[in-house]
Design a protein around this ligand. Structure first.
Ligand code: NI
Length: 258
């Protein structure tokens, strides 16, 4: 069977892969993986992500500053960082700006988060690259940004309601991705979302090394485990797992211009 797994969002620079990164990445194509987009979370990890993309044909990179790094980001140097991100985005394997967004779960200075996110939205719009957005307990503000910038991109690890979907799709050329959470026993909202989201708007992701699907919940996650997430969504929607994988792979190729 052809490789159908497209992991739209993951972090292979993470230290949890330090012991066996190359062995693991080399094994993914034989486990059904077609492509992965590994995301930087600051300038340094964005560079590492690009290096991984240079090394493996099926690995692509997203480069950007994550809201969890807002406190450590020197705002005085933001112009310089934005310049570096713009420069990295000229690389042929850099397919998106990310991971960026807003996070109100952790106690991170809000002003800094907003300044950094806003600048990255501007940049993505200026250079016409897709943007990968993290929204943790910040739905209202994220929607305001979507209204303001009408971006083209991905709302990753979608955690909003099924009602919020129509707003997300109204205010930009957006897709959403679902990960391991849809397989969790207590998952209610993600299951509703998996049922309601139009099939041409859905991508799959792992956010590896985190959020492994059942039966690997709590373990280190890798892109091959997307088959469990796809199986769960296939059951929810009454589709075949092959169709779920095919649709989501095609959508990811469209989003990332592959
Ligand atoms: Ni992530």
């Amino acid at each position: 069977m052809e490789n159908l797994i497209f992991d739209a969002h993951c972090h292979y620079d993470d230290e949890k892969f330090d012991d066996d990164r190359d062995t693991l990445l080399s094994s993914l194509p034989e486990k059904g993986v077609f492509a992965v987009v590994t995301n930087g979370t600051d300038i340094e990890t964005s560079r590492t992500s690009l290096e991984l993309a240079e090394k493996y044909p099926f690995v692509y990179a997203a480069v950007g500053i994550h809201p969890e790094n807002a406190a450590e980001t020197d705002i005085e140097k933001l112009d310089d960082y934005i310049e570096k991100i713009a420069q990295m985005l000229t690389h042929e394997k850099a397919v998106a700006l990310g991971e960026t967004g807003i996070d109100y779960y952790w106690d991170i200075p809000k002003d800094a988060q907003h300044i950094i996110f806003d600048r990255q939205l501007q940049l993505a719009s200026d250079i016409k690259k897709p943007i990968i957005i993290h929204d943790r307990e910040a739905h209202g503000d994220i929607l305001e940004y979507l209204k303001k910038y009408r971006p083209y991109g991905l709302l990753h690890c979608y955690s909003g309601s099924k009602e919020m979907l129509s707003e997300v799709f109204r205010y930009g050329k957006m897709w959403i991705s679902l990960g391991g959470a849809v397989t969790f026993k207590n998952a209610r909202v993600p299951v509703e979302v998996a049922k309601e989201v139009p099939m041409d708007k859905l991508l799959l992701e792992t956010d590896a090394p985190y959020l492994a699907p059942v039966p690997y919940r709590g373990k280190r996650c890798d892109s091959s485990m997307i088959s469990y997430t796809a199986q769960r969504i296939a059951n929810i929607r009454g589709m075949s797992v092959e169709d779920v994988l095919k649709y989501t792979k095609d959508n990811a190729c469209r989003l990332y211009n592959l």
